[in-house]
Design a protein around this ligand. Structure first.
Ligand code: RTP
Ligand code: MG
Length: 148
């Protein structure tokens, strides 16, 4: 099964949308592997957004992601990286479709509520940036037979 790293950003925590967002992934049938509330450190933020280093929005991005607690999660499921990015919606607020998390709750490209890994390589790197291997819980949910 594929794993992904999902994170409710500081705006989502402040707005009380953690359970709403988690619930969507749970109801879709994905399996929760790990979750915790944490304050992103400057070093973690720089590692998280290293691909955007030097871009005009980079400094604001680092400031935002370290501005308050986030809710970090690891989820797994078939093709979960693509499916969860579809559920999250487009980065540009004007393009985020209703029915997606951003399209339903976000009105800004900067304050866009949730991060999701964009490739298996990013997922592996991002999971390791926030979780130690022993925090990833391995278990069987028999209901998975009714999803796949
Ligand atoms: P994220 O990494 O935060 O989950 O978002 P994403 O994949 O949808 O978007 P990405 O391209 O990775 O950009 C990271 C974050 O930077 C901000 N951004 N601003 N042109 C802009 O002003 C611009 N482009 C990106 C967004 O807040 C985006 O979430
Ligand atoms: Mg991204």
């Amino acid at each position: 099964m594929e794993k992904t790293f999902l994170m409710v950003k500081p705006d989502g925590v402040q707005r009380g949308l953690v359970a709403e967002i988690m619930g969507r992934f749970e109801r879709r049938g994905f399996q929760l592997v790990a979750a915790k509330l944490l304050q992103v450190s400057q070093e973690q933020a720089e590692r998280h957004y290293e691909e955007h280093h030097g871009k005009p929005f980079y400094d604001n991005l680092i400031k935002f992601i370290t501005s308050g607690p986030v809710f970090a999660m690891v989820w797994e499921g078939d093709d979960i990286i693509t499916l969860s990015r579809t559920m999250i919606g487009k980065t540009n607020a004007a393009e985020a479709q209703p029915g997606t998390i951003r399209g339903d709750f976000a009105a800004s490209t900067r304050l866009n509520l949730i991060h999701g890994s964009d490739s298996p390589e990013s997922a592996e790197r991002e999971i390791a940036n926030y979780f130690s291997p022993d925090e990833l819980v391995v278990y069987t949910k028999t209901i998975q037979n009714w999803i796949y």
